[in-house]
Design a protein around this ligand. Sequence first.
Ligand code: TLP
Length: 347
Amino acid sequence: MNNIDLRSDTVTRPTSAMREVMATAEVGDDVFGDDPSVLRLQEASAALLGKEAALFVPSGTMANQVALRTHTEPGDEVVLEATSHIYLYEAGGYAALSGISAWCVQGDRGLLTAEQVSGAIRPEGGLSHFPNTSLVCLENSANRGGGTVYSVDRLAQIEGVVRAHGLRFHLDGARVFNAAVAQDVDVATLAAPFDSISFCLSKGLGCPVGSVLVGSRAFIDRAHRFRKMLGGGMRQAGILAAAGLHALENHVARLAEDHRRARRIAEELSDVPGVDVDLSSVQTNMVYIDVTATGLAASHFVSSLAEQGVHLTAVSPTALRAVTHLDVDDAAIEAMLAAFSVAAEAA
Ligand code: TLP
């Protein structure tokens, strides 16, 4: 029986080489600030993204929430894309934890333009009725956009708008290494326009736990306090940080393989009668599969595939998502495609 898990790139298990570095990691107590492996991971992350400092946190959600709280004051407003993770999938944390409102703009495949961002910023110095726009957040790659990526040019245009209004600029870069590898640009180039970037070690990079928030020294010093407030201070976290260091050294370039495999799934499935894949949005390691025209529900595909040992998630009654990662090879992709054809035969 197959066991091919394409529900997310969060499902990866640590490799044996990663387990080895975890088992032998030098540790201290990171709440006392003396875990050498955490300090090394933070230094390496800041250097890689071209910023002054970094903070290791348990999850991508916490990295984003700490960033929102650090950049804003209650009563402020953040500009977000309407399908962004911060808006859709963080349990309303922006409102509950930072006391801010969100102005959501529907992008094209998850991506905003400079004009759209400009149009969502409240007028300055005007009526005291308005919330104060203080922050703009983007997501790169954009998960619900299909794993789509912001180009360096688009980011520069949006940065121009953000700076002209004196706002702060945060990137949810949960998969920013995918975005960098897909465009063959340095991750620091994609990070440069932003004041802060969160990125995940526990997605395509293959770690069991962990995300990193990077920014200026002053930003990270303030963020440190909010990580504590949210309960994100960890003790012998060097065991996890060692996995992160290993991943940054060994698992970045290989993301290109995940992208090639996602492309293979997309191209093959778009030939299945009734199945629709927007090939233009398949830019990294995700494939969103619309099955409306098969007349079958997404849940039919989820259960038929599961019976064949292949796991995908339904993202709506008529659409599924497949995500490639470290634990799926070419043979797994071919097996997944064969299982999908069987599931589609019920149409
Ligand atoms: N995304 C998960 C789900 O929560 C949807 C997934 O399977 O894709 N930013 C982005 C863009 C994300 O996709 C995710 C997780 C996060 C932040 C949050 O990371 P975690 O799960 O570590 O809190």
